[in-house]
Design a protein around this ligand. Sequence first.
Ligand code: BG6
Length: 469
Amino acid sequence: MTITRPTSDALVLFGATGDLAHRKIFPSLYAMERRGVLNVPVIGCARKDMTDAAMVERARDGIEQFGHDFDEGTFKRLADRIHYARVDYAEPDCFKKLRDTLGDAKHPLFYLAIPPSMFEGVVEQLQASGCAEGAAVVVEKPFGRDLSTALELNEVLHRVFQEDRIFRIDHYLGKEALLNLQYFRFANRFLEPIWNREHVRSVQITMAEDIGVEGRGGFYDEAGAIRDVVQNHMMQVVALLAMDPPAAADEESLRDAKVRLFRSMLPFREEDVVRGQFAGYRDKPGVAADSTTETFAAMRLRIDSWRWAGVPFFIRVGKNLPVTATEVTVEMHRPPQRLFPDGGGPARNYFRFQLKPSTVITIGASAKTPGDRMIGEQMEMVAVHRQPSEMEAYERLIGEALVGDTGLFARVDEVESTWRLVDPILQANTPIQDYEPGTWGPAAADTLIERYGVWHDPLSPVRLCPVTP
Ligand code: BG6
C-alpha cells in the first residue's frame, strides 16, 4: 500500500532561537541546501523582536559551529530562504500574521522545537488562525514524561492534526547505523532461521557516553536516563533487532511490526532494573541537591513471544562512563554436541553491532588453533565496517518530514506502548546507587546479568563466559 501525502511548501520553526535549532536544525537545513534538496522558505519564530538579518546571523553561527564544510555560496542560498516572525505563543494576532506571512503556502510544516508544556497553546493557536489547515507538525522528544502525560499530549495533537501528519522525532530512527540494522536483518536470509529463542541465548545493548550532563542539568534532572534514552532510543534499537519481518515494504507495516513487538514485551519490574548516579552529579548546575535521578540504568527486558520467550534483553545506558559508544551483542547458544576436547571452542557464536561511533557488524566464531590438538580459539569476522555517515540523523528526518513520509517517526501507538513498559519503574523510584565517573556504573549492574555472563564493554573484545545455565 503506497500512501501519497502532500509535500510541504514551507517550514515554520518554532523555537528558532533555541539550542536545538542552533545545533541541529539550521546545520541540517544547510546540509540539505548543499545537497540541493531544500526548496521551501524557512520561517523562524520566537518570542523576541528580531529582524530577518538577525535570524540569518544566528543560523550562520550555528552552522559554522555545528555544521560541516561551511561555504558562503551555499549559505547565501539558504539565507535567502530564511525569514523571521515574532510569535508570542499566547497572542492570537501573531498567528494570524504568521498565516499572512505564509502567503500561498498550502501545506506548511510546523516544527515545534519548544518545550512540550507549550505544545497545547501553540497547536490551538495554529488551528484558530487557520495555519493548521493542510499542515503537518514535527514534535521533539520527550513525548510526555510517563504514560498519562503521553496520552494527554497525543490527545492535544490529535485535536488538530491527523496521525499521519504528525512527525514525532526520535533522532535514533534517522541514524544510518539503525537503518543498516534494519537492512541487515531483512535483506539477508541466513539470519532469520536462527533469530529466535532456539538459537539466541541473550541480547545486550550498551549505550555509553563519556560526557556528563553538560549544561543540561535542569532538563536532565527532570528526566533521567530511562526517560531520556531508554523509553525511546533503546526501545527503537530493540524493535529493529527483535521485531518480526514487516508484512510489506510500506512505512505503516514497519511501524505495525514494531508495535506488535512492543506489545509482547513485559513491563519492567523493580528487580529488572539497577539505577545509578555518578558521584558529583548533585553538584551540577540545575540539579537538585537531593536528586535521586538516574544517570545510569541497567535493565533486563522480557519479551513474551514465540520468537523470544525466555531470551533476556539486557540494556545498559549511562553518562560519565569510560567511552562514548553504542553496541549490541546477540549471543547464540553453544552447539548441541561437544565433539572437541575444549568443548567446541572457547566461545559461543555472537553477532556484534556497533551503532556508534561507526557502523560495524562482526560475527564471533570459533576456529581451530593451528597445531596438533583439536582445540580452538575465538575469531571475529567483520561483515560491515563503515565510517559515520555524512548525513546526520536530523538532516534525514527533516527531509522525510517535508515530503510527508512518516516511516522514520514514532507513531502514537509506539510511544504509548513503550511508556507502558517503563511506567511501573518510573513510579517505583527504585534505590539509586553511586558510581565513580569513568567507570561502568554500580556493581549491582553486573549482578543483574551474571546468570548470563558479563556486560560486553563497547570498543573492547567480547568476553564470553563458559558457564551454561
Ligand atoms: C539525546 C539525549 O536524545 O540523545 C542525550 O537527550 C544523549 O542525553 C543523546 O546524549 C545521544 O545521541 P547520540 O546521537 O549522540 O548518540
